[in-house]
Ligand binder design. Structure first.
Ligand code: NDP
Ligand code: ZN
Length: 352
């Protein structure tokens, strides 16, 4: 089979590989559509997970099942499925403890990390009954790709920040992940959503998803602007979906006592994260910092899919660049690296 692989850090291309084997609990699927993620960019060009040789990239897709193992009960060849980016080992002790994404630190992230990803004619899914979800018939393959990672990750930031009715919430970063954090924050009943980001296409989308105020990190410290906008009170919660290690200090400064930070941003550089002592209440401010990898799994995918299927969440504004056919995959990947002003997310449709 053909797959688009990381050859080494900074180099990629099409390669030939054997079709993966299907274990008794597994499924082999073929993509109907794939989406490119900022994480593919971090992996390939920044060496975020270290060097990888001939590893097929990609972890966002919607697919058709072509083969299932003898123990798989609920899926069969021909089923169209949602595929989460994170596919946990559901019988691990970490999963039993409630952290299925960490059967080993971050080990629920398998595609294009520990094994070949989805930019391939066929790919392997561990624990098919636990990890796949049927694709609702009214969701297109393009929209379904947004359910692999953007919706579950953006919403997880909201869960980690524990957004409540009436909260004032700061969402740092309004790329596709942050936009879904804005949408999730709005669904959770925030009264005011202050969004940080500058790309006009993202600002417009953030308004549609419920952002009420905007801050540019290019206009000076975020915390100063947020304090000015809130009469010096600050915000109840912060979701971080962009920025760098220095963003945490800003977030802590923006928070009211008792506030919570939910981070889903990847921290690619810096050895430590600074927590400003005074604004952290000299150690006694009850300001919590949570950071997490998105949870995967079938139940969550079914529920998030139901939100889209029922018309409560419109993910279509995210797919700004839709291509047809594998021939456009490389173009789509390079587009994600270069992030032109009109881009939110590139998608490549293989089969409608
Ligand atoms: P994008 O690069 O598309 O968006 C980043 C956003 O952050 C943009 O709005 C950008 O603004 C803003 N930004 C850039 N620099 C700063 C700064 N210094 N301070 C504040 N905001 C800034 O990324 P994605 O939305 O695709 O992904 C966001 C992050 O989530 C990535 O790090 C990605 O790796 C990570 N991720 C995490 C997952 C998880 O499970 N935890 C899963 C998937 C992704 P501007 O408009 O100016 O560009
Ligand atoms: Zn992703």
């Amino acid at each position: 089979m053909k797959g688009y692989a990381m050859l080494k850090i900074g180099e990629s291309g099409w390669i030939e590989k054997d079709r993966p084997a299907c274990g008794p609990m597994d499924a082999i699927c073929k993509p109907l559509a794939v989406a490119i993620c900022t994480s593919d960019v971090h992996t390939l060009w920044e060496g975020a997970i270290g060097d990888r040789h001939n590893m097929i990239l990609g972890h966002e897709c919607c697919a058709e099942v072509v083969e299932v193992g003898s123990m798989v009960k609920d899926f069969k060849p021909g089923d169209r499925v949602l595929v989460p980016a994170i596919t946990p080992d559901w019988n691990s002790l970490e999963a039993q403890a409630g952290f299925s994404m960490h059967s080993g630190m971050l080990a629920g992230w398998k595609f294009s990390n520990f094994k070949d990803g989805v930019f391939s004619e066929y790919f392997h899914v561990n624990d098919a009954d636990g990890n796949l979800a049927l694709l609702p018939s009214n969701i297109s393959p393009t929209d379904a790709c947004m359910l692999s990672d953007m919706v579950p990750t953006g919403f997880h930031g909201v869960e980690l920040a524990d957004v409540q009715f009436g909260d004032t919430v700061l969402v740092v970063g309004i790329g596709p992940v942050g936009l879904m954090s804005v949408a999730g924050t709005n669904m959770r009943g925030a009264s005011r959503i202050i969004a940080v980001g500058t790309r006009p296409v993202c600002v417009e989308a953030a308004k549609k998803y419920g952002a009420t105020d905007f801050v540019s990190y290019k206009n000076g410290p975020i915390w100063k602007q947020v304090m000015d906008m809130t009469d010096g009170k600050g915000v109840d919660k912060v979701v971080i979906a962009g920025g760098g290690v220095e963003t945490f200090a800003e977030a802590v400064k923006c928070l009211k006592p008792g506030g919570k930070i939910g981070n889903v941003n990847y921290l690619g550089s810096g050895d430590t994260i600074d927590i400003p002592r005074t604004e952290w209440g000299v150690g006694m401010g009850h300001k919590q910092i949570n950071g997490g990898l998105m949870p995967g799994g079938r139940l969550r995918m079914e529920k998030l899919g139901a939100l889209v299927s029922a018309g409560k969440l419109d993910v279509s504004p995210l797919s700004t660049h839709v291509f047809k056919g594998w021939d456009h995959l490389e173009e789509a990947l390079f587009l994600m690296r270069d992030k032109p002003a009109d881009l939110i997310k590139p998608v490549v449709v293989i089969e409608e």
